[in-house]
Structure formats: structure tokens, C-alpha cells
Design a protein around this ligand. Structure first.
Ligand code: ADP
Length: 523
């Protein structure tokens, strides 16, 4: 550990590429490594999901025994392995959803060098199929309270003077509701002694809500069930607890940090967030610039960079051929890779899809989620063969091919804490069409607005969450696409953006140092 760089315990419920349902998995893979590169000693704490046990099987050693910590929480074993020691052992028990290339990075490499992975081994809670939150049938695991209650409880324990490990972090870094209860455990069960805590909110909409009886099951004292404790409208909320008790709060983009102070985006937590606004910072996520680099990407048909953009057309043809789209040049090809939920606003594009396809526009959509949206998109694909291709599922290779092969990438999110795909598409010379919200607003500059100000934009931005507003932005994008010199300038402006993790790691370091220097949170 270098002088001034704190020891960090990073607690999370996802870790790309092994256990990932969204951006949290990507951040958990990248940020600890970037913090380690800044000189921090970092340990990651995750549940011992089958996919992680398998990937690190050769290197795992028992590190400590955790006695049953109270309530209904079971005891557990803490296993440890160097994060760089993943073996990429045989496929099989890997948890969904993971792409077919999930083992690609499962080889010893520089990422995470120096960091240790700690796996919380409680087989009755974590050794099962399904993704971290849902069982095979898509229902919540019935014992998510105990699963993430134990994860939060052990995170607090390892950050406290009572830790069974000799190592003591200065910072406990929690992520989303799944580890959001840890600062409350530190407060109620360790008297606030131990590490300073930082909670990153990747998505405020998931609050980890349980009935009041959860209090006893978790071993929390009755007095914790107060409005200035863990209670939220008569229920216990893991996320609210984290917002209440963590010493610092981060969100994953500056715009989202401002938006969640309002009733529109605050999910009922805006009052508490406003109260704690002096502790709140927005830090834009980076992306994995090695994995997402069109000049080196082995998953796409033809590699290219800002000086060889003509080669992008080969990727376009490859995508059309693979997805059964008509092999046409000169028509816009829209790409989408997304969870299919109301948040992502793909119902707005769905409302326009028949007209777009009738006008000759092509759409390549990869995603999965709500049944109604899936069915709606599949119906469009059935009505417009050769114009609209819909792949329901999770497929990292196809995600790369869509980024490389599409002309435009569409992300009409109603809210977007950060968003990764718009940054990937900027890097791939595939200008994004986005709604002006959260991280989308922070990364995409509208080409027409910029032009009016004598500047250079990198995409297209609209405001109202309405199909007509999206339609206008698409029409403006199609006009730019018909002007090749202008189009190249827009593509190149996106490709010139730097979305590496170093600036984010430095900003987190600043926040951690502020947490250590400032007064600690007391309720
Ligand atoms: P969120 O975390 O809200 O889902 P982000 O844009 O922050 O949205 O991150 C989503 C991540 O998951 C990106 O890496 C994206 O490429 C990936 N992803 C989402 N859906 C799919 C899919 N169906 N197939 C492959 N990758 C996907």
C-alpha cells in the first residue's frame, strides 16, 4: 500500500466475467484493479457462487471461520485467492446470465494484480443454480434476505476491530442494496468503530425491501427500525440503511447524483439524499478499454480504428448476414443491446419500429427481460423479416458485433445511472442516440446542438421520454448519416473520448480520503 492510499474492502454481489447481470459486475471487475494500480491494498468480498468457486478452484484457501453472527444468519467459511489466479476451469456450473465467452478473461493476467478475492462460503445460501438474485424460473431466491444479509454482515465484520482477519481496511466500499446494510451493521453492532464506509449507488431503483420481521432474522436491534435507521415506509430497506449510515455516497455519474435529489428520480429517498448531499458525489464509471477496443477486438469480423472506419462496413455486412438482415448498404442500421425493462425505454423505439422498418431502416436488437417487451419485439421481427432481427438472450460476442456493425446505437433510457453501452458505441464509431439523463447526458453531446455552438458532437440526444422525441433524434441522425464527411467527424469525436478507469479511481480515492478526514456518520 502506498502512502495516502487506503486499504479497501470492496463488497459486491457481482464480478464480471463470472457473475454479471449488469454494470455492477463490470465495475466490480475494473474499479478494484484500478484502485490497486493507485497503490491501494484491495480485497474483494463476494458470495462463493458456484461460478466463482469453479474459476478460482485451484487457488482458494481457507482464510477464516465466521461463527453464526446472530439472528438466523448461518456461520460461514471465508476462502481467499489472488484475484489474478482464476484458472478458467471447465464450464458447467457457471451461473446465468453469462456470455459464451465468459472464460475469455478467466486466465492469469494483470487485471486485479495484487488484489485478493475473498469468497463467503455458506453453501446453503450460495451453492445453487440461477443468477445472484433469481432462481432458474426467474423468481427471487426466497432467502435473499439471508443471502445478502450475511454478505453485508460479514463485510461489516471484516471492516471492524472484531474481524477474524489480521488485515484491517480503512475503507469499506459497499455497492447497491446487496451490501448496503453493512454500514448499518457497523453502526449498530460494532459501535461505529472500524473502517469508514462508502456506498456506491449503481441503481437507486433496487432498494432491498423486506418486512419488519427481517430485523430479528438479521440480528439487528429493535431500535434500528426507525426513520433515521433502516426503516423505509414500514419496511426494512438495505439501500436506505446504506444511504443513512455510510460516511460517503457515490453514484456512477455526476448527472445521476443531481437527479436523485429530485422526486422524479429519487424513488422516495430524495429527502434523505438531500439531507446528505454534502456527502454525495457523482463519479462516472470507466469502461474496459481492452475488452472494448475495435482495433483489437477478436470477436468482430474486421478490426478497425478511427483512421480505417471504412472497414466498419465489413462488420455491418457480417452482422446483417449473421442476423438474417437484408444485405443492403445505404439504409440506417440501428443497434440495441439492453436489459428489456421499463428503465431502458425500448418501448419508445418499439412504438416507432413498424414505421422505421417500413421506411427501410434495419434494427438489430439483443436483450432479455420483461415478457411483454420481449414479445413486442419478437412480433416486430416477425412482421419485418430482413429488416428487424431480435435475439432474446445474453450474448457478449453478439453485443460486440452489434457495436461494431450498427450505424447508430439506440439507448432511450428513462433513467440511466451511468450506462456502459453508450460508451462502448462511442468507442466503436457507432454514434449513440440517447435520452438526456444520467450518465447518457454526461457522455453524449448532441451533434446538432454542438454544431450550432461551433463545437463537435459525438451522438444525438433527446429530452422527452416519448416516441416522437426519439423519432426526431433518429431523423436528425439519419440526415447526418447521409453527409459522410460530417458523419466521420461525429464518429471520430466519439472514438477520441477517453473512458478509461484511471480518472474514476482517482476520484474515488479523493472521496475515500475525504471520508477518512471528515467527521464520521452518526445517526
Ligand atoms: P445496466 O447495468 O443497467 O443493465 P449498463 O449499460 O450499465 O446497464 O450495463 C449493461 C452491461 O450488460 C453492458 O456491459 C452490456 O453490454 C451488458 N448487456 C446487457 N444486456 C446484454 C445482453 N443481452 N447480452 C450481452 N450483454 C448485455
Amino acid at each position: 500500500m502506498s502512502a495516502g492510499a487506503p486499504g479497501v474492502l470492496f463488497a459486491s454481489s457481482e464480478l464480471s466475467p463470472w457473475v454479471k447481470t449488469g454494470g455492477l459486475g463490470d465495475v466490480s471487475a475494473a474499479l478494484p484493479a484500478a484502485l490497486a494500480a493507485c497503490g491501494c491494498e484491495v480485497k474483494l468480498l463476494l458470495p462463493a457462487y458456484p461460478a466463482l468457486r469453479e474459476a478460482f478452484a485451484d487457488a482458494l484457501v481457507p482464510r477464516a471461520r465466521i461463527a453464526p453472527p446472530g439472528g438466523e444468519l448461518p456461520g460461514a467459511t471465508l476462502l481467499g485467492a489472488p484475484l489474478a489466479a482464476a484458472s478458467g476451469a471447465s464450464a458447467g456450473a457457471r451461473q446465468e446470465p453469462l456470455g459464451p465467452d465468459a472464460r475469455r478473461r478467466a486466465s492469469p493476467g494483470p487485471s486485479g494484480a495484487g488484489a485478493e478475492l475473498l469468497l463467503l462460503d455458506a453453501p446453503e445460501l450460495f451453492d445453487r443454480p440461477g443468477n445472484p438474485y433469481l432462481d432458474g424460473s426467474g423468481a427471487d431466491h426466497p432467502d435473499n434476505l439471508l443471502r445478502f444479509g450475511l454478505l453485508s454482515r460479514v463485510a461489516a465484520l471484516l471492516a471492524s476491530p472484531e474481524s477474524p482477519l489480521a488485515w484491517r481496511p480503512q475503507i469499506l466500499h459497499c455497492n447497491d442494496w446487496q451490501t448496503g446494510l453493512a454500514p448499518a451493521f457497523l453502526h449498530y453492532l460494532h459501535d461505529g468503530r472500524g473502517a469508514a464506509s462508502l456506498l456506491t449507488v449503481h441503481n437507486l431503483a433496487f432498494m432491498g425491501l423486506f418486512g419488519q420481521e427481517a430485523l430479528a432474522a438479521l440480528g439487528l436491534p429493535p431500535q434500528a427500525f426507525r426513520f433515521d435507521g433502516v426503516e423505509f415506509h414500514g419496511r426494512l430497506s438495505f439501500l436506505k440503511a446504506g444511504l443513512q449510515f455510510s460516511d460517503r455516497i457515490a453514484t456512477v455519474s455526476p448527472s445521476y447524483a443531481r437527479e436523485i435529489l429530485t422526486a422524479e428520480f429519487g424513488c422516495g429517498l430524495e429527502g434523505l439524499l438531500r439531507h446528505r448531499a454534502d456527502r454525495l458525489a457523482g463519479i462516472l464509471n470507466g469502461i474496459d478499454t481492452v475488452d472494448w477496443n475495435p482495433a483489437e477486438d477478436r470477436r468482430i469480423a474486421v478490426r478497425y480504428d478511427a483512421n480505417s472506419l471504412a472497414r466498419k462496413a465489413d462488420n455491418r455486412r457480417d452482422l446483417q448476414q449473421r442476423l438474417g438482415l437484408a444485405p443492403q448498404d445505404g439504409v440506417p442500421l440501428l443497434g440495441v443491446v439492453s436489459r428489456l425493462t421499463g428503465q431502458k425505454g425500448l418501448d419508445l423505439l418499439l412504438a416507432l419500429a413498424d414505421r422505421l422498418c417500413a421506411d427501410g431502416v434495419q434494427i438489430a436488437l439483443l436483450g432479455s427481460g420483461e415478457a411483454e417487451l420481449q414479445a413486442g419485439w419478437q412480433a416486430v421481427a416477425a412482421r419485418h423479416p430482413g429488416r428487424c432481427a431480435v435475439v432474446i438472450g445474453f450474448d457478449e460476442t453478439l453485443a460486440h458485433r452489434i457495436e461494431a456493425g450498427a450505424d447508430l446505437f439506440v439507448m432511450p433510457s428513462r433513467f440511466e445511472p451511468c450506462g456502459l453501452n453508450q460508451m462502448y458505441s462511442l468507442r466503436y464509431g457507432t454514434p449513440p442516440v440517447v435520452r438526456r439523463t444520467g450518465g447518457l447526458a454526461d457522455t453524449v453531446r448532441d451533434a446538432d446542438e454542438a454544431q450550432r455552438e461551433g463545437a463537435q458532437g459525438n451522438g444525438f440526444v433527446f429530452d422527452a421520454a416519448e416516441p416522437a422525441a426519439l423519432g426526431d433524434a433518429l431523423a436528425r441522425a439519419f440526415a447526418a448519416l447521409r453527409d459522410p464527411p460530417r458523419w466521420r467527424a461525429i464518429q471520430r469525436a466519439g472514438m477520441a473520448c477517453d473512458f478509461g478507469w484511471e480518472p474514476a479511481a482517482r476520484a474515488y480515492l479523493g472521496l475515500m480520503q475525504a471520508a477518512l478526514a471528515g467527521p464520521r456518520t452518526r445517526s
